[in-house]
Design a protein around this ligand. Structure first.
Ligand SMILES: [Zn+2]
Length: 229
């Protein structure tokens, strides 16, 4: 059961979700997506939960500050670079100019952007898959691209690999690492020592990319920190 409240934190109205769970402990989370979530045991009332959160306003405000500066952008990420957005009457729906991304003002921005992203990441992934499936001699059964909420990529035991559409926003070398990371799971479906040793034969210091994603990934998606699964 979940209840939503409007609370005033740092002079701004924020949404707080209080969730009752079958568990014993209380936990408060502030997500990079700016969501504030309090989980409480069934026996505690929502109003008591609200009081608990009040004591934590300063802590919450601090967290929100950290995330808002990271997500404060008004442009379009493409291969690790933030391009300012320019809207004008244009022949093409969307294109990269010298210093900005130009978008045709008469179209639906979200729709056009996502289609454009998909087209771009598809081509890039195809290139890296072609190269690395041969080198690693590992072949996925199926490749999918989706705007995943929980990971940059997922390799299923069925042999299907799903890549996050948002990968188009991170630098090319990180995309290439992700391809190798997921292919490696066709051989080792875990993050064991053997797995990392194996990946290390194909890419130098693979964990450095993982750390980079962990540290910087959320900036590109304005939200959650995602893992390579
Ligand atoms: Zn993994």
């Amino acid at each position: 059961m979940i209840k939503k409240y409007k609370v005033l934190i740092g002079n701004k109205e924020r949404e707080l979700s209080i969730i009752k769970k079958k568990k014993k402990n209380i936990s408060l989370q502030v997500k990079p997506s700016m969501e504030i979530i309090l989980s409480i045991p069934m026996r505690i009332s929502y109003s008591y939960g609200l009081k608990l959160v009040e004591d934590k306003y300063a802590w919450i405000e601090n967290k929100l500050k950290k995330y808002s500066s990271a997500a404060d952008n008004s442009g379009v990420y493409y291969l690790g670079k933030l391009y300012p957005l320019k809207t004008e009457k244009s022949e093409v729906s969307i294109r990269i100019g010298e210093e900005n991304i130009i978008f045709n003002s008469s179209e639906n921005f979200d729709l056009v952007l996502n289609q454009w992203y998909e087209q771009k990441i598809k081509r890039i992934l195809e290139g890296y898959l072609e190269k690395h499936t041969k080198l690693m001699e590992l072949y996925p059964k199926k490749i999918k691209i989706k705007p995943l909420k929980s990971a940059w990529g997922i390799c299923y035991s069925s042999g299907t690999i799903t890549f996050n559409l948002n990968l188009i926003k991170v630098p090319l070398d990180v995309i290439e690492y992700l391809v190798m990371h997921e292919l490696g799971h066709l051989k080792y479906p875990n993050h064991s020592k053997e797995y990392w040793e194996y990946i290390g034969k194909y890419i130098e210091d693979p964990k450095s990319y993982r750390r980079w994603l962990r540290k910087n990934g959320y900036k590109f998606i304005g939200g959650e920190t995602l893992w390579d699964r």
